[in-house]
Design a protein around this ligand. Structure first.
Ligand code: SF4
Length: 352
């Protein structure tokens, strides 16, 4: 009996690359959607043959820019998943979107086709900052899309980027106040990082120092009216992204589409997967346990302690460092607020 698997579908196209972006996507004004659809449907059917008609708790369309998908293509993908797997009654179906590519009519079509959660890349509520980031939309377009989604009673999340050059602690406090007025129940706050292969990577930008970034991070906790549930994610209770929570908890997921990776579980054996056959390699229980520890500890509710994870944890270190780690139940270990700030170091000491 194969466990439920979540599904991640990658859409590797964008209208234009943003100045900071190192995600797997390419600028393409007219993607070959027929070819894209053909490949995605083929992969869905392949995994159904391999895993059987297993149940699917969540589907996440990430990118790139999934809101670019033509509705017909999207409908065909969803109906193929439905006929090849067993979609949970309350399956969470998330679509990532760029406000420059989605209006309320197309959004309403996505909802009719099954989307029940929209993630909007707002990134900033300041038009100058949006221009600097290389976004193709302005703040008003982003707010309009948010309102359209809220009017459709969708679960909505928004992404923001902070820590731009010259941004101050006070700027972040003001940003949080503006975000609080948007009526969001979920948002993600990402610190700007400079990747060498991006336009920002060639510009010698002066970002705030590590200390300033840490102060901004604390300011977000103190000023955003949503509680943090993961290092970069904030939500009202019950509005967390279930897909990501499942992945962070170490549940299996299938990665579909070019650039997507998954973790497949068959008969208690874990496999690292990319594409249909591009990569399908067994991973040891120990390696999988380390992966789960890394993603699990990013959550406020901590990591689920299964027998393989228990084998790699140094419990003496846990007991001797209550200011960094806490057992929140027999089955979950979490980092404290202080531990969260030094997660990488913590992980080095925590495993044996
Ligand atoms: S829209 Fe998203 S995926 Fe595309 S280039 Fe911008 S940040 Fe990257």
């Amino acid at each position: 009996m194969i466990k439920p698997h979540n599904i991640y579908i990658h859409v590797p196209f964008c209208i234009k690359k943003c100045n900071y972006c190192a995600f797997f996507s390419r600028a393409c004004t007219e993607p070959d959607w027929d070819k894209y659809e053909e490949n995605i449907l083929k992969e869905i059917k392949y995994w159904s043959r391999k895993l059987g008609k297993i149940s699917i708790p969540t589907i996440f369309f990430g990118g790139g820019t999934p809101s670019l998908i033509p509705i017909k293509t999207f409908e065909n993908i969803i109906s193929t998943i439905k006929s090849n797997f067993n979609l949970d009654k309350h399956c969470e179906i998330t679509l990532e979107s760029n406000p420059g590519t989605l209006d309320k009519n197309k959004l309403s079509d996505f909802v009719k086709a099954g989307v029940n959660r929209l993630s909007i890349g707002i990134q900033s509520l300041n038009d100058d900052k949006l221009k600097f980031l290389g976004r193709i939309h302005n703040a008003e377009q982003a707010k309009d899309l948010l309102i359209a989604a809220q009017n459709l009673d969708l679960r909505v999340s928004a992404d923001f980027i902070y820590g731009l050059p010259h941004e101050t602690h006070q700027d972040i406090i003001n940003t949080c106040k503006d975000i609080n007025c948007l009526g969001l129940t979920h948002c993600s706050m990402y610190e700007l990082t400079i990747e060498p292969e991006t336009p920002f990577g060639t510009m010698n930008l002066q970002l705030p120092s590590n200390e300033e970034m840490a102060e901004m991070y604390t300011a977000i906790t103190e000023n955003l009216n949503l509680p943090r549930y993961e290092v970069s994610n904030y939500a009202s209770p019950g509005q967390e992204c279930r897909h990501n929570q499942n992945v962070w908890d170490g549940e299996p997921y299938i990665g579909i589409g070019q650039g997507a990776a998954g973790r497949i579980l068959i008969n208690d054996v874990w496999y690292e997967q990319m594409g249909e056959q591009q990569k399908f390699e067994e991973i040891s229980n120990q390696v999988r346990a380390i992966e789960k520890l890394i993603t699990g500890l990013r959550q406020i509710r901590g990591v689920k302690l299964d027998s393989n994870i228990k084998k790699i944890i140094n419990f003496d270190f846990v007991n001797n460092n209550p200011e960094l780690l806490k057992l929140i139940s027999e089955n979950r270990l979490a980092a404290t607020e202080k531990g969260m700030l030094i997660l990488e170091d913590l992980l080095l000491n925590l495993t044996r």
